[in-house]
Design a binder for this molecule. Structure first.
Ligand code: URA
Length: 205
């Protein structure tokens, strides 16, 4: 029923979709999160980036990629020469999932049910924006887009085009770079991330 709500809202464009999303109760995450974090960007952006879910800062501010991972993403988009405001930025899951530890809220990876519950919204965003290329950031976004678990290691780094779907390129999530303890390894992974986003930029030319 809420899936068809997503479809109806989509007929009226992204603002209506965002409005419908704001009262979503398709899974239990809405009970704990501050607010829905809708995608952001031009209605017909040629490039869509899909993240995992809002983090602590995104949940509080109501905007995608404004916390630490967003800062990494901004820096790297700048390096590659992709303007953030020309990209449609969204997430596979639209509510923050966390556990509380004292006053801190610790991110939890969304599970399969939550990804599936949220997928009609993502599908409607894709239908409305009609990007030429979708870059999935990390394993959750890849899983959400593919509708099944897919190994990032064997999928990443090349543009794939399945009939009837927008072209996609899988890469890592920027927060992965923040979690690597070895600076040399982090540098290596960052270089590859830059390379893959450059590939996306060049493909769109
Ligand atoms: N990580 C994500 O995947 N998305 C955000 O919006 C922020 C952090």
């Amino acid at each position: 029923e809420e899936a068809s709500r997503a479809e109806k809202a989509a007929l009226d464009g992204l603002p209506a979709l965002g409005h419908a999303l704001s009262s979503c109760q398709r899974c239990s995450l809405c009970r704990f999160a501050t607010q829905v974090v809708t995608g952001e960007g031009p209605e017909h952006a040629p490039l869509m980036l899909i993240g995992e879910q809002p983090g602590d800062q995104e949940d509080l501010q109501g905007r995608p990629f404004v916390g630490p991972a967003g800062q990494v993403l901004d820096r790297i988009l700048g390096e590659v020469g992709i303007a953030r405001d020309e990209v449609y930025l969204t997430n596979a899951v639209k509510h923050f999932k966390f556990v509380s530890k004292g006053r801190r809220r610790i991110h939890q990876t969304p599970d399969r049910n939550e990804i599936v519950a949220c997928s009609p919204w993502l599908e409607q965003e894709i239908t409305l924006v009609r990007p030429r290329l979708i870059v999935t950031l990390g394993a959750t976004a890849l899983q959400a887009f593919e509708g099944r678990v897919t190994r990032l290691g064997v999928t990443r780094g090349r543009v794939r085009q399945d009939h009837g779907r927008p072209a996609t390129l899988a890469t890592i999530h920027p927060s992965y770079l923040l979690r690597l303890p070895d600076p040399q390894r982090a540098q290596e992974e960052e270089r590859r991330f830059v390379e893959e986003l450059t590939m996306a930029k060049d493909w769109l030319r």
